[in-house]
Structure formats: C-alpha cells, structure tokens
Design a protein around this ligand. Structure first.
Ligand code: DMJ
Length: 646
C-alpha cells in the first residue's frame, strides 16, 4: 500500500507543478519532454518499474514520454487519420528558439591553424604514452601510467579476467601500436618496433587469454602491420626492410593455431571464450560466451586464411557467425548477448548495441566490405533492420519533426521490450558503423547524444542512465568509440562541428587523464579519480583516430587508397586479393534466409561503402551544407538539456 500512497503523492505533486507552470508560462501538457522529464523525474521511474512489471512497455516514438507512463500517440511525425483533427500542440521547438545561434557560433568553423595545433596535440599525446611504455614497461603488456611500471598478467589471481583476458605476457601494447606508428608517419620507429616484435615475442606462453581479445589486439595488429609492410602500393612510402621474411605473418599464424582449440568440442560451433596458449581450452572452462566475443573473429581469421591459403581459420570463424545467427529470435530477428556454446540456449536475453554485441554487427558489414561474401551483407542488413525496428526509440528523423531524439535502448531479444534504462560507452561506436552503412542521418543524432554526455563529464561513463540523467557505472578506461565515430562522421560530412568535438575530447583527456607517465583510466567520471592502467587500445585506437581526425593529408585519406579499420582500429586495405579465395569449402549455409548466397563477388552497390568507409574527400558537399550544423541547434539544445547540461 505504501508505494501506492507514494505514487499518488507524486502524481499530486506533479500535477501541482504542472499547474504552476501552466499558470506561469502557459505551458500545456503537450510541451517539451525536457520540462516533463525534469519535473516528473521520480514519477518516471516508478511508472517505468510499474509498467515493466506488467510487461506493457510499448515501442512508440517518444521514449521520454513513454517513461512517464503517458501515451502521446499523435506526434508530429505520426500522420493523423483522414478527417481527424490532431489535438493542438505547442511545440518544444519554440522553447529553444532564440538561442540557437550559440551553437552555430561555436561550431561552424575551424581554422587550419587550430587543426594543425590539434594534430600536434594528438601526436604528443600518443608519444607521451608510447615513449613511456617503451621506457618503463616494455616488454610487459601494459604501462601503469601513474607508477611508471610495466604490467603483465595477474598470475597470482588467475580468475582476474579483467586483466588476464587481455594481457598474455606478449608485449601487448607494442604489438597493438604498430600501425599507429605508420599512421603518424614514423617509418623508422615502425621498423624498429617490428624488429623488436620479431626478435622478442613468442606465443608459447602459459597464458589463458580471451580468444576475442587476442584476435583483435594481437592477431589483427600483426596482419595489419604485415600487409602494410608488404603492400606493393606503398601507401606510407618505403616501409619494408630487406630481410623481412614474413615473420609477422608467421607469428599471426602461430597465434591463430593456438586459438583453434576454442573451436573444438563445442556442439554449436560457437567457440569457447578462452584458451591457454600452451595447453588449449582449460578443463574448467565455462560454456558461455558473449555474442561479440564469438562472432567477431571473421575479419582477422578471414584475412589470415586468404594470406596463408588455408581455409581453416575463416571456416571456423564463419561457422561461429552462422551458428549465432541461427539462434536469433524468430519474432524480432534479434540476438541475445550471452549464449551457451553447448546447448545454444541464450543465457542473457538482452539485446543491445554495446557490450557483448557491438563488434558482432560491425564485423558482418566489414567482412562483407573486405571479402564480398553476400551472406555477410544479408545478415547485416537484416540485423540492422531489426535494430531499427526494435531498439530505436525517438522521432523518426534526426533533423526534422518533433519528439525525443533517436536513441537505441537495450531490449529483450524475444519481445523487443525495454530491459533497462542505460546505454553504455561501447555503443558510441555505432554511429561510425552507421556512417559505413550510409545512414549518416541516424549517425549524426546518436553521436550528438554521446557528445552531450561527454561534454557533461569530460569523458563517457561506462554506463549512462538516460532516465536518471546520471552515470550507472562510473569508470572510463580511455575508450576510443566516441572519437572513432567522430572521425568517421567528419570523413563523411567534413563538417567542422566534428573537429570541435575532437578538440573537446583531446582537451578533456589532457585535463582529466594525463598523469606522470601516460594517460590513466578514470575510475570515476565525476570526481575524476584515477586507476593506474592504460589499456593498449588508447594508443592503438583513441590516439590514432584523434590524429587522423586532424590530419587531412594523411596517406589514408588519399582517394586512391581505400582502407578499413578493424574493431581494434587496425588498418587493412580493401584489396582485391582478399576477395579471391582458393577454396570453395566454406560449407553450406543451412539457414534459409541466407541460402541465396552463391557468388563471392561484390555486388554493384558496394561503392556506397567504399565511399563512406574510406577517407572520402567530401569536397562535393555544397558549402552551405558543409558549414551548417550537422544537427539543427534546436535539436542539439534539446539533447544537451536532456542529459542535464543546463
Ligand atoms: C577495443 O578493444 C575494441 O575497440 C573493441 O571492439 C571494444 N573494446 C575496446 C575499446 O573500448
């Protein structure tokens, strides 16, 4: 009974506040969710919980209004039925007009001199981390940037998977960083680093690592550096050296062979999450894996197969993707984020775009772009459609109409019902993928939401609760996703807005994360306390994308060079030879939806991806569009308001 009184009390309180507002400002109930959102704060939460209990959550367009337990069926983007008059509405747009120029003033130009300065800042950021890693930490895996020491696996606590999944006692940071040195134009240091890897790295280690992490950070980096070293087009100039004898490729192959036991003794073909590099799958291994972990191996394994002429690697990676795909829901087409590899049962039915799922989607599209297998694109298209239908909330168009800004929420894979009210930092990669898919409009809006969160905290909290307007999980380990999307959006639009975003990111990293020997994980995005850890992706991705954002003349941006980035930011050319395989035994596609797969040729429309995926020189964009904000001021202001910036 108590909660009912509380609800009634809150309803009364809210009605009184609405009355005051109505009498004072003439604001009726159909106005800005911003006001409703603020004033009905606790009520939203109770209503949401109540509705979730009853399972009545629906998939309307206005998610902030939904959380208040209201139904605003008649939004501006919903056509009224013929003969019916829509109820008069007062637009929230009106509330924000008049101040819109502050956004235009702030974001609509970016002088070349500032660009040069920011490029220098990104370069210095990289070298501060890299040089100190080499000085204090190499050959260990990571640098502890506060104590200026190296860090290897946690041998005393094998169950510390936060560390041991990633650190294999194989000079992780050095390997992960190889191609960034080339992107920064440092050929001599690249060559020195390659030699160091060849001379010192061995995978014959008693380390139990996560297959996914070893694949994206180590295998991906080795094959990327190998390809760049041997690329006959010499995109970065003469980077090869005379006595190079494919050692990086041999190392990559050696590692991949050590990962193969993960694909044995699994009923579904979905791999075990971890292997010991010496002894294979540990006897006490769990039978559960996340979708991204098992389903994001195809890019690296596929390239390796094609480079060494052995289909095994691509075959196991593809079998895993197909097995996961078969387990999608018949109702929604969505997958969950944790699955049992023996039974094929979903352990977690949550479907989202962030942790546990992110690179699964990414690699469907990137595999297709690289290898031209139509099967991959069909899966991607179908997944993208399901995401749009079941996860996307908010107004239909990013830059038009009324309603909440688009947002992608975590839903139950079978019912599409919302499961919680947070989005995570990893999801910030998605606008970059949307750009790659040609959906720049949606990318702009989602990115703007994350940027507003960044502005508020000077970082992205690991989880942000959009209902509470507060972080749920407070750390920020220097992740790259936000800057990755910023870079790809800049390449697609050439809008100076994105240079400002990059500058903000650079400045907050300098202010909030810089310590004695590098950049430290933020333990708490509000009080800015730190942890003594600098993950390898900070140098391999965060710094790389920041530098590229400001380096217009980078070889990667020349129109005759076409590249794609792996999920760890490693550069791989889109090359004809990766579309030619010497085998035809990829196995039949058992899934009816994919059975049309016959040809391994790229279809005609691939140019769409090539244009956005690589360094498009966007000089064709008309001036007035280039310097207009990518998102109208009124919508930017709406989002800023919504994340509590004012
Ligand atoms: C990186 O290792 C990769 O970007 C991966 O896809 C996701 N997690 C980290 C960065 O956050």
């Amino acid at each position: 009974m108590q909660w009912r009184s509380l609800v009634v009390g809150l309803v009364v309180l809210r009605l009184s506040l609405s009355c005051v507002l109505w009498l004072t400002f003439g604001l009726g109930p159909g106005v800005s969710f911003g006001f409703n959102f603020h004033l009905g704060f606790n009520l939203h939460k109770l209503d949401l919980l109540f509705r979730e209990d009853k399972g009545t959550e629906s998939k309307g367009k206005t998610w902030s209004q939904q959380i208040q337990g209201k139904r605003y069926e008649q939004t501006a983007s919903t056509c009224p039925q013929v003969g019916q008059q829509p109820p008069p509405q007062r637009s929230y747009l009106g509330l924000f007009q008049g101040n819109q120029d502050e956004y235009a003033r702030r974001y609509s130009s970016f002088p070349d001199s500032l660009k040069t300065k920011m490029r220098g800042m990104a370069r210095d950021m990289f070298y501060f981390g890299y040089d100190n890693y080499m000085k204090y930490a190499f050959p260990k895996d990571e640098l502890n940037p506060i104590d200026c020491e190296g860090r290897g696996p946690d041998v005393l606590n094998p169950s510390n998977i936060n560390i041991n999944d990633v650190l294999g006692n194989y000079s992780l940071t050095l390997i992960d960083t190889l191609d960034t040195l080339l992107v920064l134009g440092n050929v001599s240091e690249f060559q020195r680093a390659v030699r160091l890897v060849i001379d010192t790295v061995s995978f014959d280690k008693d380390s139990t690592v996560q297959v996914f992490e070893a694949n994206i950070r180590i295998l991906g980096s080795l094959i990327s550096a190998h390809i760049l070293l041997t690329d006959p087009k010499h995109p970065f100039g003469e980077v090869g050296f005379e006595d190079y004898d494919n050692e990086l490729l041999h190392l990559a192959h050696d590692l991949a062979v050590r990962l193969l036991p993960a694909f044995e003794n699994t009923n579904t073909g979905i791999p075990y999450p971890r292997v010991n590099l010496k002894t294979g799958v540990p006897p006490d291994s769990i039978n559960e894996t996340c979708t991204a972990g098992a389903g994001s191996l195809l890019v690296e394994f596929g390239i390796l197969s094609r480079l060494v002429g052995d289909s095994t690697f691509e075959w196991v990676a593809r079998r895993a993707v197909r097995a996961l795909w078969k387990l999608r829901s018949n109702e929604t087409g969505l997958l969950g984020n944790v699955v049992n590899i023996q039974t094929g049962q979903w352990v977690s039915k949550q479907s989202g775009l962030g942790a546990g799922m992110d690179s699964f989607y990414e690699y469907l599209l990137k595999s297709y772009i690289l290898f031209g297998e139509k099967e991959d694109y069909r899966m991607f298209q179908s997944a993208y459609e399901s995401i749009q239908i079941h996860m996307r909330r908010g107004r239909e168009s990013c830059n038009e109409g009324e309603g909440d800004p688009p947002l992608y929420v975590n839903v139950n894979m079978f019912s599409g019902e919302i499961m919680n009210t947070w989005i995570d930092s990893l999801q910030a990669f998605f606008p970059g993928l949307q750009v790659l898919n040609g959906d720049v409009d949606n990318a702009i809006c989602l990115h703007a939401f994350y940027y507003a969160i960044w502005k508020r905290f000077g970082a992205l909290p690991e989880r942000y609760n959009w209902q509470l307007q507060a972080p749920d999980v407070l750390f920020y380990p220097l992740r790259p996703e936000m800057v990755e999307s910023t870079y790809l959006l800049y390449q697609a639009t050439k809008n100076p807005f994105y240079l400002h975003v990059g500058m903000d990111i650079l400045q907050s990293l300098e202010t909030n994360a810089k310590v004695r020997c590098g950049y430290a994980t933020l333990h708490h995005v509000v009080d800015k306390s730190k942890e003594d850890r600098m993950e390898s992706f900070f140098l391999s991705e965060t710094c790389k994308y920041l530098y590229l954002l400001f380096d217009e003349d980078n070889p990667l941006h020349r129109s005759d060079n076409k590249y794609i980035f792996t999920t760890e930011g490693h550069v791989v050319p889109i090359d004809k030879r990766f579309r030619e395989r010497q085998w035809s035994d990829l196995g039949p596609c058992e899934d009816g939806a994919l059975s049309q797969t016959q040809s391994n040729h790229w279809p005609e429309d691939l140019t769409k991806f090539i244009h956005v995926s690589v360094s498009l020189q966007c000089n064709r964009i008309p001036e007035e569009q280039r310097y207009a904000l990518p998102l109208k001021s009124v919508y930017m202001r709406q989002i800023d308001h919504m994340v509590g910036l004012f």
